[in-house]
Design a protein around this ligand. Structure first.
Ligand code: ADP
Length: 366
């Protein structure tokens, strides 16, 4: 009995580990036939009593655009998203939203709008009328609220957990444009990878505010840069921006960015290419090993199951030799499974910490 319990809890561990490695989600794309989803024309805006934050900014966003809004905090990036979303009205200028625009907006305002008295599952189900309980539960699971965790009320959740609920809601709401305001702030590494993948396969436009250079590099093909009191559009990737224009002194002189400026662009490109090669060389074998161990665990679990069946049959037939031999085989297999789990957990932890380390090193290059 003891070993059965142990075996079952180990199975849970496997599911958990496999789950983390294969955590996948997709945004729910809604079709769009027009040219521009959103057109911002000569927008200006400032909060009452404050300085103007945005002056004569124009931006047209088409069907598959990937726009990143970047710059220091407090410059008006979130304000700009709120203008695009129609949450704020511009002082002058206009935001034209196409009639078939369907926005999914991930930001603090929307996190604050979650109903504190509802459960996670209720929030997800209400985001889409066609969602069955089972389908909602799958989304909850993908957002790491598996099983009964989906029944927790929003009021007891942390800020990070609430942002995962909102992300879950966005996944089920059909949309042709995502507005994502610092979506990675409360996500762990695996979820960030899944998010990048989901963004890249999303069949609509994406506008995001982010400080993560990883996301910037993986996603953005157009930029809006809040820098030195100016807002500029740049048609290109972040690397192209650094190469052709670069940050003004305002950003360059603030803290760690200053050191980054001293590395010239060519050098930085080479450093990045070298680091990418090193990353692949380090992580590739680890990922291969993890996969091999998982496959071996699954094979041994099946073998143990079969040996257990034979053990039962042998005991029903009262065959002491067969009982002894199947019992030994069964326990050997389980012992190996235990060892492999320990190994897998060790490698997974090492892998995850390496992933973090590489991201930090990428950020340090700039
Ligand atoms: P960012 O997203 O670039 O960090 P925000 O758009 O959040 O910048 O804010 C820009 C500036 O406007 C900040 O100085 C902030 O304090 C101010 N601000 C933001 N929201 C409001 C508001 N509702 N009323 C007045 N000032 C605000």
């Amino acid at each position: 009995m003891q070993s059965r319990i142990k075996a079952l809890s180990k199975m849970g561990r496997l599911e958990k580990l496999m789950d983390i490695n294969t955590l996948e989600f997709e945004f729910n794309s809604s079709p769009f036939m027009g040219k521009w989803l959103i057109e911002a024309l000569d927008l200006s805006f400032g909060y009452a009593g404050g300085l103007p934050l945005i002056n004569n900014l124009s931006l047209s966003v088409g069907k598959k655009d990937r726009v990143a809004i970047i710059g220091k905090n407090g410059k008006g990036k979130t304000t700009f998203l709120n203008l695009l979303a129609g949450e704020l009205a511009p002082s002058t200028g206009e935001v034209r939203q196409h009639p078939s625009l369907k926005l999914a907006y991930f930001g603090q305002t929307n996190i604050n709008r979650l109903d504190l008295k509802k459960t996670i599952e209720q929030e997800i189900m209400e985001a889409h009328p066609d969602y069955s309980r089972a389908a909602a539960r799958r989304i909850c699971g993908a957002m790491m609220f598996d099983g009964d965790k989906a029944l927790k009320k929003i009021e007891i959740l942390s800020g990070g957990e609430r942002s995962r609920v909102l992300l879950g809601k966005l996944l089920v709401s059909p949309a042709n444009m995502l507005l994502l305001d610092e979506p990675t702030n409360h996500l762990d590494m695996e979820s960030i990878d899944s998010l990048v993948e989901a963004i890249n396969t999303f069949d609509g436009a994406v506008i995001l505010v982010t400080h993560s250079e990883l996301i910037l590099r993986e996603v953005a093909t157009r930029l809006i840069i809040f820098d030195g009191g100016e807002i500029r559009a740049f048609e290109g990737t972040y690397d192209e921006f650094l190469e052709k224009i670069g940050w003004s002194n305002e950003v360059a002189e603030s803290g760690p960015a200053k050191a980054k400026q001293r590395i010239n662009k060519k050098e930085a490109r080479k450093l990045r290419a070298d680091l990418l090669a090193e990353k692949q060389k380090t992580l590739g074998p680890m990922q291969k090993k993890m996969k091999e161990i998982e496959e071996e665990i699954i094979r041994l679990e099946q073998k143990a199951e079969e040996e257990n069946r034979q053990l039962l049959a042998a005991s029903q037939e009262n065959d002491p030799d067969a009982i002894a031999s199947f019992s030994k085989a069964y326990h050997d297999s389980r012992g190996k499974v235990d060892q492999l789990f320990d190994k897998l957990e060790g490698i997974t932890a090492e892998h995850d910490s390496k992933v973090k380390e590489f991201e930090e090193r990428f950020n340090a290059i700039g």
